[in-house]
Design a protein around this ligand. Structure first.
Ligand code: GAL
Length: 994
């Protein structure tokens, strides 16, 4: 009975709290008001992270990533679904092979306890090949993309229907975790007119979602503050979504100057007030790192992007402006393996993201966690009005800027403090004037340590208690088995104070080194409680943690910031909206994935590089900590937590083999007598692509059914010719090389900022018989364009744009052209690795990159990429080796490649059949390529190939090709599995793709 009443009361409370909520009239399970989103009637701060499952082809690792998102405080994932990845041919969709089984992704999100914000395009951008549009449409057959063009609609509708059908049944209304659905991406409403083609397009997409049974609210993603699109609150002429969103990448960092950028944007609040005032403030993408392209820097080099201060100042700045929904782009970037990238990015899509490409948690994520966990439990934050803001506002100095939010129902206040000039590294100490329900309090000695922000609170409610104020940041609180535990953090040496509203004279015990004193709070303008004497606790933070046990039953953890980075609050529920009751507190390790409690033990699963002390607080009476299946020697502290030592992995030996290779020629096509009778003949005289062919026949690769990867062309002509003018377009950094009758005649070795290049090749140096001559051209490829790259986007042609042959000043003709691309073209012969993975190199076509391929003695000899080629050509280096990493370790492995200065080459890296890297030494910057488990077998046999294409007659060789380990973690995640389903093996029928 008690239980029934409690449930009824809880329901009633939820209804009261959300009275006045707006629904889209399709579901009441997700609603909103101007303050926040409500899921099942309960307000929730959405702190999401973008995740592209496409960029991590092992679905088991999706769980690894999502568990780390969850551990670091996120409660949702935002996910693009790339049409290109699922559709090798028109109207054919793969949602079944492991890496494309999005049901597994959605199930994993549900099991880990993360909401899902679905973003199925059809256009995504995302620096992915073609922006996510189907590559079979790169021949121009998609029509006028991203408009209401009927040709385009006929193309996208089947994709949307297919993906929507899966998303629909995973909505929260059917027990799934999909709570929001974004329509299109960054589509700018240029003209607010009902007949605008973009309006009609948005409406068509919305109709398609409704037809498919999508009932959760729709959202949008405005491209920065560049237009005012799709909001019901602003010139709504149709196509508006339920909750308007704005993306923002404000960091402005440079990789060479650590001091550049770091100016926060202070106009979000006003923007949302202007354009979406009936909705909560949504940042569907907020900078968590940024892209870097060919020829620029590697992500490790851009130190400012990795600074935890970025998360601290920028994310708090959003909170200060009343944002209650934000998603970090990217929270984990992953890899542009297998031609997944657009030309604007190289293989790594690490993005300097909080979770690195190697799946390692960097400090920025740990700082993010402190903020995310705060938003997870701070109910007071979910209804606030902007009370005041400005330079010198509520503080004693103009060096500090503040945002003051007030909850009109509870009176709680949130004072976000930041440097007036946020790039400043000055240490400022000042007073803050906090309005509490008992009067204004002056807090002296508040300190910002350079690039730092703080959220001070007043009348902050937790459980039965109210903090009258706190000048230390609150990390989180828990009501753990009835025990209230509050966690705060500050830098070592910073002085903070806090007071409770409900108790005037508490006794307390201190465990730890921080000095704490208590005294009466003095109010400058007391209210009706003028006689009220509240007690404040003033302390200076020391390294590590200090625990304060108060006689009102509250346990306060005072953590120094870096110690706070090792704090976790794993939930005991799958509900992403974690209530303060459903958590356990853990301090010490590198990562905590999940927790469960038995009568006697707290069972934790996590990861640890170093052996660390671990402290667990459950509020209960367990006696033992079990860490990754191991019972730790556990003792109980005087204040009721458990302490033990969690093992690390520093004593583990990782032995990696030196690679020794076999070599074979991968360019027999340059020889004039090569048999290309099975190749596709280029015989089209027109193309749908907006790119104009410079000569006929049309040589664009997409027009011949070859979309991704390197292409090989063979053009024949009879008799004399003196030169040929070749134009190729492969995307940034993509070069090309030409041979006449097997002899190098020239090309272009690529340029980081040039998509296309032309060269007039002198043919007079090569002997030209009167009979048939063959010009072989190999063109590199770095992806199809996004629509942000003119003139058209995905339809911008790839491969050869023209080949004009001359004999002296006279034009003469090729008699035929043939093209070869990835084996099978759009037949998708290796669906597991997918339609984009391969390229048209001879070795790839023949399956030399696949596990199980056995180099024949006749064709292969031993050879090393360190020797390389002494003239132009393409050598294929093949190796197999065993790895035997301990089963309980997570060891991110990779290969490091280097080449002598002035080498001009393009190197394709294949790992167990996956194209997992492209190394272009003359352009760079990437030299280290990580391979996740499942692509590489950390235990078992591996096949690695390096296809070394020497682009000039100087030849090319590597100076380094070494396997290495990024780090070693003892892990409770079972990385030791049978990955064979992800690695289909070589089959004999490959020989037909010669
Ligand atoms: C956004 C876009 C994303 C991604 C990002 C930059 O504007 O919506 O898809 O391209 O920029 O990484």
């Amino acid at each position: 009975m008690v239980q029934v009443w409690a449930t009824l009361l809880a329901c009633l409370a939820a209804i009261v709290a959300t009275a006045g909520a707006t629904s889209n009239n399709l579901t009441d399970l997700v609603t909103w008001d101007p303050y926040s989103l409500m899921v099942k009637g309960e307000r929730v701060f959405i702190f999401a992270g973008e995740f592209h499952y496409e960029r991590l082809p092992n679905p088991v690792l999706w769980r690894d990533v999502l568990e780390k998102y969850k551990a670091n405080g996120l409660n949702a994932i935002s996910v693009y679904f790339f049409w290109s990845y699922h559709s090798a041919r028109r109207d054919v969709f793969d949602f079944e092979t492991p890496g494309k089984d999005i049901q597994v992704l959605l199930d994993t999100a549900r099991d880990v306890g993360l909401y899902v914000i679905a973003r199925p395009g059809p256009y995504c951008n995302a620096e992915t090949n073609g922006g996510g549009l189907a590559l079979w449409g790169s021949d121009g057959s998609l029509g006028k993309v991203r408009t209401s063009d009927a040709v385009y609609e006929r193309a996208w509708k089947p994709w949307m229907d297919a993906v929507n059908a899966i998303l629909a049944k995973n909505q929260i209304s059917y027990g799934g975790n999909v709570i929001l659905y974004q329509i299109e991406n960054e589509l700018q409403e240029t003209t607010h007119s009902p007949s605008n083609t973009l309006v009609l397009y948005m409406e068509a997409l919305e109709n398609a979602t409704r037809e498919a049974g999508i009932v959760v609210p729709t959202t949008s993603n405005e491209k920065g503050m560049r237009s005012e699109s799709w909001s019901t609150d602003y010139e709504d002429v149709g196509g508006a979504v339920n909750v308007y969103g704005l993306d923002s990448y404000p960091g402005g960092f440079s990789c060479t100057n650590i001091n550049s950028g770091f100016n926060v944007v202070r106009t979000y609040y006003q923007w949302f007030q202007n354009y979406s005032y009936t909705q909560p403030e949504l940042l569907p993408e907020f900078e968590a790192g940024y892209i870097l392209g060919w020829g620029s820097y590697f992500f490790d080099q851009c130190l400012a992007e990795h600074d935890p201060a970025f998360a601290d100042v920028y994310y708090k700045n959003n909170i200060g402006q009343r944002v209650t929904m934000q998603s970090l782009y990217m929270a984990f970037g992953g890899t542009n393996w297998g031609n997944l990238g657009a030309p604007v990015v190289y293989t790594s899509y690490d993005y300097s993201a909080p979770l690195r490409e190697t799946r390692e948690v960097q400090l920025k994520f740990k700082q993010t966690k402190l903020i995310a966990l705060f938003t997870r439990v701070s109910q007071d934050l979910l209804i606030t009005e902007m009370e005041s803001n400005g330079t010198g506002n509520a503080v004693s100095t103009d060096d500090v800027y503040s945002w003051v939010l007030r909850n009109p129902e509870t009176g709680a206040g949130f004072y976000t403090l930041q440097q007036s000039s946020t790039p400043s590294r000055e240490i400022v100490t000042f007073s803050t004037f906090l309005k509490t329900s008992l009067g204004t309090v002056t807090v002296p000695m508040v300190n910002l340590n350079g690039r730092q922000s703080k959220i001070l609170t007043t009348d902050y409610h937790f459980g039965q208690h109210t903090l009258l104020y706190s000048s230390a940041d609150i990390l989180t609180y828990g009501i753990l088995k009835g025990q209230a535990a509050l966690v705060m953090y500050a830098d070592a040496g910073q002085t903070s104070e806090f007071a409770f509203k409900d108790n005037t004279d508490l006794s307390y015990k201190i465990y730890g080194t921080a000095n704490i004193s208590s005294s009466a709070v003095s109010f400058s303008n007391t209210t009706s409680y003028s006689s009220h004497i509240a007690k404040k606790y003033v302390y200076t933070q020391t390294y590590g943690s200090t625990v304060l046990q108060l006689s009102n039953g509250v346990l306060v953890y005072l953590l120094e910031t870096q110690t706070a980075w090792t704090f976790f609050a794993p939930p005991t529920t799958m509900d992403p909206n974690v209530s303060p009751e459903n958590q356990v507190f853990v301090l010490g390790p590198y990562n905590v994935r999940n927790v469960s409690c038995s009568d006697n033990a707290v069972i934790l699963v996590g990861d640890n590089a170093n052996t660390t002390n671990i402290e667990v607080y459950t509020g209960g009476h367990e006696r033992t900590i079990v860490w990754n299946g191991k019972r730790l020697d556990t003792r109980r502290t005087a204040y009721g937590s458990l302490v033990g030592t969690a093992p690390g992995a520093t004593d583990r030996v990782i032995s990696l083999p030196q690679l020794s290779f076999l070599v074979a020629d991968s360019l027999p096509e340059a020889q004039p007598d090569y048999d290309d009778s099975q190749w596709v003949v280029c015989n089209k005289s027109s193309s749908l692509s907006p790119t104009v062919p410079l000569t006929l026949p049309v040589l664009f690769s997409s027009d011949h059914g070859y979309y991704a990867g390197i292409k090989v062309y063979r053009g024949r002509f009879n008799g004399k010719a003196s030169s040929v003018n070749i134009t190729a377009q492969g995307g940034a950094a993509a070069g090309w090389t030409a041979w006449l009758n097997g002899h190098y005649v020239g090309g272009n070795t690529g340029n980081a900022t040039q998509w296309r290049s032309s060269a007039i090749l002198d043919l007079t140096q090569t002997s030209i018989p009167n009979a048939t001559n063959v010009l072989t051209v190999v063109t590199d490829y770095t992806g199809h364009d996004e629509t942000s790259t003119g003139p058209a986007g995905v339809e911008n042609a790839r491969g050869l744009l023209g080949a004009a042959l001359y004999n002296g000043s006279r034009t003469t003709n090729f008699t035929s052209w043939k093209i070869q691309g990835n084996a099978g073209g759009n037949a998708n012969i290796d669906p597991v690795r997918g339609p984009m993975n391969e390229d048209g190199l001879y070795g790839t076509r023949l399956g030399w990159h696949l596990p199980g391929f056995e180099p024949s003695v006749s064709e292969w000899k031993s050879g090393s990429p360190y020797e390389g080629l002494n003239k132009s050509g393409i050598n294929w280096y093949h190796t197999t080796f065993q790895l035997g990493i301990d089963a309980d370790l997570d060891v991110p492995l990779g290969i490091e490649l280097d080449a002598p200065a002035r080498t001009e080459a393009s190197v394709q890296i294949y790992v167990n059949g996956y194209q997992y890297g492209k190394f272009i030494p003359q352009i760079g910057p990437q030299t280290r390529f990580p391979f996740p488990p499942g692509v590489l077998n950390n235990r078992g046999e591996n096949t690695i190939s390096l296809a070394l294409w020497a682009m000039t007659d100087k030849g090319a060789r590597l100076s380094n090709a070494t396997l290495f380990a990024y780090n070693v973690y003892q892990s409770g995640f079972a990385f030791d599995r049978d990955w064979s389903a992800l690695q289909p093996r070589y089959t004999m029928d490959r020989s037909r793709y010669r």
